[in-house]
Write a protein that binds this ligand. Sequence first.
Ligand code: S3P
Ligand code: PEP
Length: 421
Amino acid sequence: MEIKIKPGAVKGTVMAPASKSVMQRACAAALLKGGETVIRNYGRSNDDQAALQIITDLGATVNYTDDDTLTISSAGIKAAGSVIHCGESGLSVRMFTPIVALLDRPMTITGAGSLLTRPMSFWDTLLPQLGVVAASDKGCLPLQVQGPLQPADIHIDGGLSSQFLTGLLFAYAGAGASGKRIVVEGLKSRPYVDLTLKIMKDFGLPAPVNQQYESFYFPEQYEKSDVPRKVDFTVEADWSSAAMLMVAGAIAGSVTVKGLDVFSEQADKKVLEALQDCGCHLSIQVDEVTVRKNNLKPFHFDATHCPDLFPPLVALAACCAGTSVIEGVDRLVHKESNRALTLQEEFGKMGITITLQDDKMLIKGGAIRGAVVHSRHDHRIAMACAVAALAADGPVLIEAAEAVSKSYPRFFDDLESLATA
Ligand SMILES: O=C(O)C1=C[C@@H](OP(=O)(O)O)[C@@H](O)[C@H](O)C1
Ligand SMILES: C=C(OP(=O)(O)O)C(=O)O
């Protein structure tokens, strides 16, 4: 699908979509908790649908109650088939792999698109330490696993992705880990682990003690949770998607994003710091944020623990008078695309110069040219190009724009609703 974005001002209010990071975790938690779970404001992205399909294939029943609500019923993990399909979701494959390995039978875990080339060799070395026979295909999907996983004291590397740890924390809880410790070296994307722990607690799962992100300890005895067996859970709005809309406001008019929780654990809430630093008008209420255009000055931002902010912040930096610096480039290699390179190449087509220097990205703000760009099948590249197009000197045609459905299927409708001409 090709989408043409015409430059122009934006003005209006948009309700942020549900967070896929929260929705997918809620699916895992509902499966492991058992009993009935009501999920309100459920996510509709492709990644959310992948998670719902996975828990269905692991024995849960999903019923759509109304337009906003679904109910998950689970009687523990049971697989009817032997293949689990994770679509294109990195979180789903990494979170559900150790959960699938709780089963005492051979299972195949696979996926599609960019997920087929993302690194999974972590499991080849880690799962055998937990009594699981595991084999990837030369470090990639499909993965073959045969459990049951038995929690043990382990030492892992947290530098590549936090998602492996998220999966292990859920699986340890599901296996009733007691007196077991996961020691983590160099954990990145830390707020995502906070989100995991929060959702575990919301669902009454036994959560470990977080010892300064260096070790996660499952005590021998837990305080009994007072969370009822039936959980009624509302999926928060997504700060990652909202960041795109806020940047649209900062560079091209005025946008209010509603539904956001300013007390959220979500990593990408940190976008507010960059918006503050670049000098746009910012009004932050408890559940909405308004961003208005102003003369924008360059900013310096560390995205090591919130890597998904690179694409919207590159669009923002392209409109700042000077060179902005974003740190944490190493975190981008294994996303849906190699995002540092795809940002450099696609923004280059729009006349924006991006230099990669060690772990830093330098974005020289300047005139944005109308151009033909390609999403590279990466949702955040498609959205970032669309937002930057608002400030271009001519239309920007985005090829393979359907990529946005991975996280934000309504993105182009919402952007269009903000157009003033
Ligand atoms: O746990 C999550 O929901 C996510 C964690 C992050 O990945 P890494 O931990 O690999 O950085 C982020 O980039 C991804 O979009 C979602
Ligand atoms: C990297 C992302 O997601 P995942 O790793 O879950 O595929 C993303 O949404 O930008």
